[in-house]
Design a protein around this ligand. Sequence first.
Ligand SMILES: Cc1ncc(COP(=O)(O)O)c(C=O)c1O
Length: 399
Amino acid sequence: MFEKVKEYAVDPIMIGADLFAQDPREDKLNLTVGVYEDENGNTPILEAVKTAERRLADTQGTKAYTALTGDVEYCTTLGETIFGADVYAASGCVAAQTAGGAVALRLMADLVAQMPTRPTVWLQTPTYGNYIPILMAAGANWRAVPYYNRAQAEIEFEQMLDGLAEAKPGDLFLFQGVCNNPTGADMSPEQIATLLNRLETQGVVPWLDLAYLGFAQGWEADCMAARQIVDRFPECVVCITLSKSFGIYRDRAGALFVKTRAADRGRMERALTAIIRSSTSHAPDHGPSVVRTILQDAVLKAQWLRDLDKMRRRVAGIRQEIVAIEQRDFRSDALAFLGRQSGMFSLLPLSEIQETALTRDHGIHVVKGGRVNVARLRGADISTLVGAFHRVTQCNDRS
Ligand SMILES: Cc1ncc(COP(=O)(O)O)c(C=O)c1O
């Protein structure tokens, strides 16, 4: 009967990784994968993480189940670190520990899909490639509005607001905090303020997804939008993954925070518990325990923040180097937008033909649609990328 299993679409990022593996060229460059790399091409384990792991190995007294919504101390410590202790305490957020951000997103998607009247989840275009598969797998309603024009390398803010005019009270708007994946283009504080006013006026619930806290301006500054939203809105949702900020990708640490009105809190807690029970069940605890240990220890926290800042500065430095090398070698600012964006990802303004030529003729692999991970560029890679970009775009063919 398994011959009846239908064909599933494979994530373009995974397809990109396969194509890279099959490329026999020695000087090929893989800009597809979404993890940070240092100047030696390693995804390092941070010192604070190593110390916390050793401490846990020595002191952890049990491996018994945690609650279905995870360790309360982890959720509270994380909530206080993101939103600030006062805002978090006043919010009364219902929180759940999750296996990374993907599971937090899926948990929320399941919740909205199971509501008696399913709200619509509004997405930006383009957006993180897993939102639509997650929402569809859950059976949630979704619609999309514009966000970013790849050819112009600009946010389409007014078009986004125009699209949102059709959102109904009780719908949700899913958008990212800092270091937008895949565009690298974040809304300015003024645009966020305008957006939040709009959501409030229309009664649309903000659903913020945080994946790269600390990679834009630094941890505190990067948490500001989340703080504002949780402080201001009576109902809102925040998903977070700690994969990138702590470099613990495979250990799966994340959380879902849902702010409800006081009367709905107990029901929300029971709903999330029931959905977790019948889906992912208890979240893994190693990664979250590492995060909790670091956040609760002033010395480890300071060490982690220093290492996070080092990662941030490396990524920002690569962006500035791309801009400088393009100026030096081509007297061009076609890639200058990369210096104004933040985080690991950006979209190269290439047509499909140019994108194919970048891989075929220059061995540079990008995610379909032009996403590159700039953190994977080292040394001469930057000139290689800039040179290849200019060669494939020389014909000015953007068709
Ligand atoms: C915007 C965004 N949200 C959520 C996630 C999911 O994170 P994780 O794989 O750690 O669950 C990612 C991962 O790349 C992401 O970029």
